[in-house]
Design a protein around this ligand. Structure first.
Ligand code: WT7
Length: 651
């Protein structure tokens, strides 16, 4: 009996366009050579990448010191992240980038700002001096709690310039969540704003900071950007305005020569239970990983306008809005607001107006757009796009096909990138010039990454059976630990198999060695002794014409032990009915087999999701079991969804 059974059969293959493949930063030959070296000698491969993609003040003495589960990369080497993202584009060979756009920013109300590399460098140096003037020294932690405005990237880069690890807390988190993170990381200073714009309204951020800091001793000062101009509480002696401090700040600030293992940032990620984990990333290895992957996977060229829709409160915003992109001297677009304001076509409008060429977003956003209807993207000229990406959840093959057809105009390669807060950078992914894609598959490990699918016995499973996704060798962007909790780090990630990183995801490989992520192993359902992942059943539902999104969970059942309950969001033009329920159950049976046929289907117009867009199946399990008291909901995006879901069995 396999650990997880694979039922989905997806046969479509999309080969790289030959002309585009020839022009790619990494063509077939490069990729083959990198893969060979990455397999034979991963340390040599990563050392080569570190030399090619990162500028160092002094070379390392040892590529890797590996005392499982603790890794040190590029030991003895010295570098600086802000130097790599800024200074090196102002001098020497690439000095002409001084007047190239580094950040193109658009606020939700429609205001715009462009910062060239020269201007961004100046702002970052000034803010680094502000931090120093507020008593922040190398090693001190800075919490950042801001809307998606340029000052957020400036604050992050300024921290890296002086070696003060930052901890960005997503602006949608509550005061309670903010306090917990500030205390855990021991922040000395908080950078925030009066508020920001979302769904057409100004929301306030500062009150949450005030509340979080009540009774918190470590934080000495708060620096506040004036974004909305709303009336704001001001604590004398503690709070200062960003613009006032910046007025007097010098634009002269040398980047600190930091050890490759100097802490770069701590980013909190919530597991399904327990207190959030402060994931620690360090300087040289992380920078090598994100810079190399950005160049190779997004195929960044000098004239690209790259847009990743993630907020800097998540790892995607760190690695692929700011650091990996700017380190390549590429132009990154930042957008403050929601995708549906003032209308459901805001994203497509942005792509058209800024001539975005590379677009990186999440499956949850794609499924939302599918539900809203094709007419919105079709109103806009999307011909500037040449490459699309997705991250965050498994993308259902039909959602992939929609993205390919409606957004990509059938000409753009799609990179479905698997990674985690913990991996720091992309780990499994297509390379657009070299790897044929299959809808729903993240394809192959990046060169130098040793991914495998293991059974409970620790042996690789036979394709096409599923098992546990692991990384068997250390990689430069890997987390260095959980802040202040080495024991939890060991138990959480390294205790399942010896010297092997267990990611918590289920996956299977096909005959070509391609990886198919099947969802979190905590969500796997045991139906009459068959272990079935959520992704495949959901993909079968989404492949029905009238379905935009689906989430499945297991509920206790007297006969089968567990029965599948499906929560289904129909497309905008579809009508939920008993007939549709019957049709969907039959559809799943035809697509993947009777074993996966949902016992119960509930229609809903929204699923419970985290603010980063992940479906919270744990809450759906509570609801399906009729439990009144659902578990921890502090990361839920929209509370009203729960009440609606409770009623959904009537509908
Ligand atoms: C989890 C990590 C990585 C940045 C954003 C999320 C899921 C991520 C994919 C993908 C299938 C994916 C996994 C993973 N995930 N990318 N391409 N296909 N699943 O970071 O919040 O740390 O979440 O997201 O379950 O473990 P994160």
């Amino acid at each position: 009996m396999p650990d997880i059974e694979s039922l989905l059969k997806e046969k479509r293959v999309f080969k790289p366009d030959p002309a585009a493949a020839r022009a790619a930063n990494w063509n077939r030959k490069t990729v083959d050579a990198h893969r060979r070296l990455g397999e034979r000698d991963p340390q040599r491969f990563w050392a080569k990448m570190a030399r090619e993609h990162v500028s160092w003040f002094s070379p390392w003495k040892k590529v890797l010191v590996w005392k499982p589960p603790f890794a040190k990369w590029f030991v003895g080497g010295k570098t600086n992240v802000s130097y790599n993202c800024l200074d090196r584009h102002l001098e020497g060979e690439h000095g002409w980038r001084r007047n190239k756009a580094a950040i193109i920013w658009e606020g939700e109300p429609g205001d715009q700002r462009v910062l060239t590399f020269g201007q961004l460098h100046r702002e970052v140096c000034k803010f680094a001096n502000v931090l120093k003037s507020q008593g922040v020294k190398k090693g001190d932690r800075v919490a950042i709690y801001m809307p998606m405005i340029p000052e957020l990237a400036i604050a992050m880069l300024a921290c890296t310039r002086i070696g003060a690890p930052h901890s960005v807390v997503f602006g949608g988190f509550s005061a309670e969540a903010l306090r917990e993170r500030i205390n855990d990381v021991g922040a000395k200073l908080v950078v925030t704003a009066d508020g920001g714009y979302r769904r057409g309204e100004a929301y306030a951020l500062k009150p949450a900071v005030d509340e979080a800091l009540r009774g918190c001793k470590g934080v000495e000062s708060v620096v506040m950007v004036q974004r909305t101009g709303q009336p704001t509480n001001f604590v004398a002696g503690r709070d200062r305005w960003w613009h006032e401090l910046m007025e007097d700040a010098s634009a002269d600030c040398k980047p600190a020569k930091l050890d490759a293992e100097h802490p770069l940032f701590v980013l909190y990620t919530s597991g399904s239970t327990g207190k959030p984990k402060g994931i620690l990333h360090t300087t040289g290895g992380y920078l090598t990983h994100v810079t190399t992957t950005s160049k190779a996977i997004f195929d960044l060229k000098e004239d690209d306008t790259y847009w990743c829709t993630a907020d800097c409160g998540w790892i995607t915003g760190h690695s692929y809005v700011v650091y990996g992109i700017l380190a390549n001297g590429a132009t990154t677009l930042m957008y403050e607001g929601v995708p549906t304001h003032p209308g459901p076509d805001r994203f497509w409008d942005i792509i058209e107006r800024h001539r975005v060429s590379i677009f990186y977003t999440a499956p949850t956003a794609i499924r939302t757009f599918i539900r809203l209807g094709d007419e919105h993207p079709k109103k806009h000229d999307l011909s500037s796009l040449r490459l699309l990406g997705t991250v965050g959840e498994p993308i259902n093959p039909e959602a992939w096909m929609w993205y390919h057809r409606v957004i990509g105009g059938k000409r753009c390669p799609i990179v479905d990138t698997w990674w985690q807060t913990e991996t720091g950078g992309i780990a499994i992914t297509p390379l657009p010039g070299a790897v044929a894609t299959k809808p729903g598959s993240a394809t192959l490990p990046f060169p130098g990454i040793d991914a495998e699918v293991l059974g409970e016995d620790g042996e690789p499973v036979e394709p096409p059976n599923g098992g546990l996704l692991v990384l068997r060798k250390p990689w430069p962007g890997m987390l260095r630990g959980i802040w202040g909790d080495p024991k939890r780090y060991r138990e959480q990630y390294w205790s399942k198999f010896p010297k092997t990183y267990f990611a918590g995801d289920g996956a299977h490989r096909d005959g070509d060695g391609y990886f198919w992520i099947m969802g979190r192993v905590d969500d796997v359902m045991n139906i009459s002794g068959h272990r079935i992942g959520t992704m495949e059943v959901e993909s079968a539902l989404v492949s029905h014409d009238e379905v935009a999104e689906a989430a499945v969970i297991g509920r206790d059942d007297e006969i089968t032990g567990t029965a599948i309950v499906a929560f289904v969001t129909p497309k905008g033009n579809a009508t939920p009915s008993d007939a549709l329920k019957v049709a969907l159950r039959n559809h799943v049976t035809r697509q993947i087999g009777a074993i996966a046929k949902p016992k119960e289907i509930r229609f809903t117009d929204a699923l419970p999701k985290t603010r980063s867009g992940k479906i919270m199946r744990r809450l759906l399990r509570d609801i399906a079991a009729g439990r009144e008291q659902v578990g921890d909901t502090s990361t839920l995006e929209d509370y009203s969804v729960l009440a609606k879901l409770r009623d959904s069995d009537e509908g």
